[in-house]
Ligand binder design. Structure first.
Ligand code: BGC
Length: 768
């Protein structure tokens, strides 16, 4: 059963009842961030119920020592974890000396709102303490997009039925641990606790990785909207700094505390600049003031929405779902720093360690390309370019040579840090996604220069990997790729995974194609890269032998490519026949049973057909969809979006819609029963694609032009989306009878709509 407690609203995520059962889930759903840092929606005041405390800083991680049963050569030494950073949001609150804790008092009129249009989080409620005092609380919190090292809190307490004392004790707490630490270690070392008046900080460094981080706060108080000076008591402990302010109130008075917080780190400063920078940040924030910061925040989000909003008319839940996805993607990654990337849970939880997966190239790049300047997607590519040496080292460790690269399945700094062998060693398909990301970017932006300048080195290294990883089978008289795990992680150590073999072949062919183009048009770069890589014509001919003679398992009987060798030995029973009580199988079945079964976690053969759709006829797509989708249990968040897009492309709108609803409200309705651990950020980009590529049918054609094949679910009145395409903004609106295109820019744009070419002229709406 889905937890369905979020109130439907076009622009906000709203919870209007306080239920301890939902606290952890809401902490994930109401998370806030700005691409550089983020935090779960933990309460500011104490809370003794179940909670997962989480504040994270992009790029600050710890190499948590691997825990495995039996060590094997090649295992990664560590699993990188984005660190739970010192908490700056906390405020202990006492009413006449009784602590405020929502787990221990009567709560009414509770309302929590995440306003996605303006980028803030609020809470309001009445609380009656065991001692009888009733208060009304209003809080608002933001993490600034504009000043991306700063966050701010406004916290007001109104005395409803008493006169007495309200005590605010704002604190910084660095005694935080990661819930998923392998050996329950503490990952920080505290270097200094600094206290100045109303303003202080904690200077800490991470163990092993030696990132230096300063967390600062500055406090201001008001009584009935007037600034007050209250004597501050200071408590400094090993790992925390607490200020206490006692405010005397009369019945009806409202006391407000403003808390400004900041993180600065050695990623962006020299160590000796950190203390000053952090204290200056919070000083500056308090001078700007909460209201002005809020105004700036509204402005920043208005700009973001201008090029990324999707409007759905006639379905509030779908509207809320898509905006939630777009909002969270922006909170996770802004694209200004090529050292950062998109963790599958973003800043909303600890699972997946905040590391980078193939999700970025296979799912996220189109979203950032379509809604932001092309530098953003380019930064994502440069992230991998900058890690090429490590990918080559990684391949060497596994026995590859001659500059072959194997990009990690999971990484922070380019080193592999996943420690399930089935994934580390076997899920090599991710190497293909690295190249697909480049191809996709160049196609969309026409920034072909990226290839001679950066991409080609990566493309060559990956082609070398595939050439060495395949082997010639005498029995088949073809090249095979053995012992892999495909995108469907419910199979391990299979031979000839169709998707992997397809990508290997494609990567080699694309490499040769790029080499030819670079040789012809960028001779200087060509020479540089050839010299650097010692690549010869003979070597590329060897690569091509593999590509041209690659084996693909195929069933004559079903007329479909098989997910892997011997797939048909399995009992093929549709997933719809599985009892509900046994779903999700990854929580109900033994791993052994899963591996033997035919059930598919997420698109595998169909993932390939999605990426290379133009290479397949519609009949082929239909046949494969009908064969594989019924066996798919969609237990990865990445599954529904691909199926939605494919279903739309073969005109199966009800199926496309069903899968769309699943992907867009996966977290809001907690389909996978795990939202308390964090949201599924990377699949949110898939949701965006389900609208733009799925219903909108947008593709970049071989000739480089955009094409559309718009369809609309019958449940909707209309939907519209915006894309940035080669420095112009194209707005598309689809309703039940027509589609309109509007171009903001200076140059005419030729596009294809339902296979007919039309020209869109700037500032001149065109209806089809
Ligand atoms: C999926 C992978 C994905 C990872 C992180 C897993 O459940 O099977 O494909 O990379 O989650 O999102």
């Amino acid at each position: 059963m889905n937890k369905n407690y979020i109130v439907a609203d076009k622009w906000s995520i709203i919870e209007d009842v306080f239920d301890v059962e939902n606290v952890k889930a809401s902490e994930s759903l109401f998370s806030i961030g700005n691409g550089a840092m983020g935090q779960r929606a933990n309460f500011e005041e104490d809370y003794s119920g179940e909670t997962l405390q989480g504040s994270y800083i992009g790029g600050i991680y710890y190499p948590d020592k691997t825990r495995v049963g039996w060590w094997k050569n090649g295992y990664p030494e560590y699993f990188a974890k984005v660190l739970n950073a010192p908490n700056w949001i906390g405020i202990h609150i006492e009413i006449n000396k009784t602590n405020l804790d929502l787990n221990l008092c009567k709560v009414s009129n509770f309302r929590r709102e995440l306003n996605m249009k303006e980028g803030w989080l609020s809470r309001s409620f009445n609380a009656t303490l065991k001692t009888g005092e009733e208060i009304q609380v209003n809080t608002k919190r933001l993490i600034s997009i504009e000043l991306n090292e700063i966050g701010a809190i406004e916290y007001s307490v109104k005395a409803i039925n008493f006169s007495g004392e309200i005590t605010f004790s704002p604190y910084l707490d660095a005694s935080i641990v990661n819930e998923d630490s392998n050996y329950d270690e503490y990952f920080w070392k505290i270097l200094q606790v600094v206290d100045a008046e109303n303003n202080g900080c904690i200077y800490a460094k991470t163990l092993k990785t030696e990132f230096h981080v300063v967390t600062a706060m500055e406090i201001l108080l008001e009584l009935n909207n007037k600034k007050i000076n209250v004597l501050q008591e200071t408590k400094i402990e090993d790992k925390s700094l607490t200020y206490t302010y006692k405010v005397n109130v009369l019945e009806g008075d409202t006391a407000t505390i403003y808390k400004y917080g900041s993180y600065v780190s050695s990623l962006n400063y020299n160590n000796d600049e950190l203390l000053d920078a952090s204290l200056q940040n919070v000083k500056e924030a308090s001078l700007i003031g909460f209201k002005k910061l809020l105004k700036l925040q509204k402005h920043s989000w208005a700009e973001i929405w201008n090029t990324s909003d999707i409007i759905i008319e006639g379905d509030v839940k779908a509207q809320q779902g898509i905006r939630f996805n777009i909002f969270q993607l922006n909170q996770t990654y802004m694209g200004t720093d090529a050292r950062l990337n998109i963790g599958p849970k973003g800043f909303t939880g600890e699972k997946y360690g905040g590391s980078t997966y193939w999700d970025t190239e296979a799912y996220c790049i189109p979203f950032y390309m379509g809604t932001k300047s092309s530098d953003v997607a380019k930064n994502l590519l440069l992230y991998r370019y900058n890690q090429l040496d490590k990918a080559i080292e990684n391949a060497e460790k596994l026995g590859f040579k001659n500059g072959a690269a194997l990009y990690p399945m999971v990484t922070m700094n380019g080193e592999e840090c996943h420690n399930e062998w089935e994934i580390t060693f076997e899920e090599i398909h991710r190497n293909g996604a690295m190249i697909y990301g480049i191809y996709n970017y160049v196609n969309y932006t026409q920034d072909f220069e990226y290839i001679p300048k950066y991409g080609l080195e990566v493309i060559i290294a990956v082609a070398r990997f595939w050439h060495q990883r395949a082997n010639f089978s005498k029995a088949k008289n073809q090249y095979v790729i053995l012992g892999v795990t495909g995108p469907n992680e419910y199979e391990n150590n299979v031979n000839n995974n169709y998707y992997t073999n397809y990508l290997a072949k494609w990567c080699i062919e694309y490499a040769v194609d790029c080499l030819n183009k670079v040789r012809d048009s960028y001779s200087e770069d060509f020479e540089r890269v050839i010299k650097q890589t010692n690549l010869t014509g003979e070597e590329t001919l060897e690569w091509l032998k593999v590509a041209e003679n690659m084996y693909f398992p195929f069933s004559e009987e079903h007329n479909v490519y098989l997910q892997q060798d011997n797939f048909l030995d399995k009992e093929l029973i549709p997933a719809s026949e599985l009892p509900k009580s046994e779903r999700p199988i990854n929580q109900k079945w033994s791993w052994d049973r899963i591996l033997r079964s035919c059930y598919i976690k997420q698109a595998d053969v169909l993932q390939g057909m999605y990426l290379f759709e133009s290479e397949f006829s519609k009949e082929e797509l239909e046949r494969h969809f009908d064969f594989y989708e019924p066996l798919t249990v969609h237990e990865s968040s990445l599954s529904a979006c691909v199926h939605s897009i494919l279903a739309a492309s073969i005109d199966r709108m009800p199926k496309a819609y069903e899968q769309y609803v699943r992907t867009s409200r996966l977290d809001l309705d907690d389909y996978n029963h795990e939202v308390d651990e964090g949201c599924h950020i990377t699949s949110m980009a898939g949701t965006w694609m389900s609208i733009v590529q799925g219903f909108g049918g947008m593709r970049v054609c071989v000739d480089g032009n955009l094409s559309f094949n718009p369809q609309i679910p019958e449940q909707w009145k209309s939907y519209s989306f915006t894309i940035i395409y080669r420095n112009q903004i194209l707005k598309i609106k689809v309703n039940q009878s027509e589609t309109t295109f509007e171009l903001e820019g200076t140059k005419d744009l030729q596009i294809k709509v339902n296979n007919k070419t039309i020209t869109v002229v700037p500032n001149n709406m065109i209806t089809v």
